[in-house]
Design a protein around this ligand. Structure first.
Ligand code: TPP
Ligand code: MG
Length: 449
């Protein structure tokens, strides 16, 4: 009897503890709801006494004439900018007034990315790496958005956001290690080049299938909201990826679950060879925001300050109010889609030259810095020389480094190797032994458990 009563006491305590935790969780969720100051769109409450539509999911009146809604109701969404093409601040109240040190850091990150791109692109052309994707022309979208985030915010990228990772401090050696798939690669050489990831820098590893990152980001943002740690998620995607079904799932889930998430669309004019006029019929990606009940903005992606301001405000409100934001950054993909593409087959040299020579995020920021006396021709020359040297040194180190041990092909999925994997592993080593001359094992790292 004594044992039973002590058991009851124990269970009683346990249940009490469970109830307390559940209560705490519920009050945390309630807290989140009270944070919400902007109800973007309210559906009407049910009230049968009124001669109004009572359909669940609507918030409207009846009308007595037939009229289709014009598709261009939401069109001509303006493009927010802070600087003009000559780097002059258009409206002084929008100037983020960043310090000289911060602006120089922006410029150095944007140009370093450019230099890294040039060297890795050339490496692929020389057959040293298998594949590469450049970020030319989109440097402003990367650096402006990355700078507006908290380092604890979680990043989901598509693949053309190397500047975000660079801004967060991912070292050149690790970029190179990934592209060279050498033994220092955090992904152990298992992925194609440019599929970076860094747990330390809160950057989720890139995966090739387009738009899978949008529903994943919605789930992650929902989890962060429940943790209540004032963190946000940013999810980058291209205007082409926005046509995928997953994009809809991600946008709608994040709106209905009220997630602290910034959807950042890089609208660079092309999805490989598909131009935007074949990609969609509405007014770009920002026009879709109202359909999801989401606050949206279109910005000049070649204006690093406009990108910074928009992302900073979206980030602040996403966390304070638990709601997603949609930013469409208008920019231009100056490089080919990837090293597997030749864009001269589907666009003119004049078009590319315009963006390269007349409306480039790097030259715009340089104009701004020069006008303030923060940057001279000499600064430019010595920085270009120094950054090229730094990139070349990292490249040389990466090339000399051993490849990961082939055994790593079989690890990290199952705790114990399954019989079919064991068979494949044996067959791999048999093959390697048989054709020794093609597999210089001395270039591969020795496997360590
Ligand atoms: C589900 C899926 N379909 C097709 C592809 C092939 N693919 C790779 S990139 C790309 C174009 C994406 O364009 P966009 O989203 O605009 O990004 P951008 O390359 O312009 O940065 C396509 C079709 C893929 N990776 N995944
Ligand atoms: Mg695109």
């Amino acid at each position: 009897m004594a044992a039973v009563s002590s058991m009851r006491k124990m269970y009683g305590l346990c249940f009490h503890a469970v109830r307390q935790t559940a209560g705490r969780k519920a009050s945390r969720l309630l807290q989140h709801r009270t944070f919400r100051v902007t109800a973007v769109h309210q559906q009407q409450p049910f009230d049968s006494s009124l001669e109004k539509p009572q359909f669940p999911g609507a918030s409207a009146e009846f009308v007595d004439h037939l009229e289709f809604i014009q598709p261009n109701v939401i069109s001509g969404i303006p493009i927010y900018r802070v600087m003009d093409r000559q780097g002059k601040i258009v409206n002084p109240s929008e100037d983020p007034q960043l310090s000289k040190e911060t602006v120089l850091n922006f410029y150095q990150k944007m140009t370093l990315l450019n230099t890294m791109d040039r060297i890795l692109y050339e490496s692929q052309r020389q057959g040293r790496i298998s594949f590469y994707m450049t970020n030319y022309g989109e440097e402003g979208t990367h650096v402006g958005s990355a700078a507006a985030l908290d380092p604890n915010d979680l990043v989901f990228g598509q693949y053309r956001e190397a500047g975000v990772l660079m801004y967060r401090g991912f070292p050149l050696d690790l970029f190179m290690a990934q592209c060279y798939a050498n033994a220092d690669d955090l992904g152990k050489g298992r992925q194609m080049p440019v599929h970076y990831g860094s747990r330390d820098l809160n950057f989720v590893t890139i995966s090739s299938p387009l738009a899978t990152q949008l529903p994943q980001a919605a789930g992650a943002a929902y989890a962060l909201k429940r943790e209540n740690e004032n963190r946000a998620v940013i999810c980058y995607f291209g205007e082409g990826a926005a046509s995928e079904g997953d994009a809809h799932a991600g946008l709608n889930f994040s709106a209905t679950l009220e997630c602290p998430l910034i959807f950042f669309c890089r609208n660079n004019g092309y999805a490989i060879s598909t131009p935007t006029n074949e990609q969609y019929r509405g007014d770009g990606i920002a026009a879709r925001g109202p359909g999801y009940g989401m606050l949206s903005i279109r910005v000049d992606g070649n204006d690093v300050f406009a990108v910074y301001n928009a992302t900073k405000e979206a980030r602040r409100r996403a966390v304070a109010e638990n709601q997603p934001f949609l930013i469409e950054a208008m920019t231009y993909r100056i490089g080919h889609h990837s090293t597997s593409d030749d864009s001269s087959a589907y666009r003119s040299v004049d078009e590319v030259n315009y963006w390269d020579k007349q409306d480039h995020p790097i030259s715009r920021l340089r104009h701004y810095m020069t006008a303030r006396g923060w940057w001279s021709e000499d600064d430019e020359r010595s920085w270009r020389k120094q950054s090229r040297k730094t990139v070349m040194e990292a490249f040389e180190r990466a090339e000399k480094r051993l490849k990961p041990n082939p055994e790593l092909l079989f690890t990290d999925v199952y705790q114990e190797m399954t019989p079919n994997l064991e068979k494949q592993r044996e067959s791999l080593w048999r093959h390697v032994q048989q054709y020794k001359e093609h597999y210089p094992l001395d270039l591969y790292d020795k496997y360590q458990h």
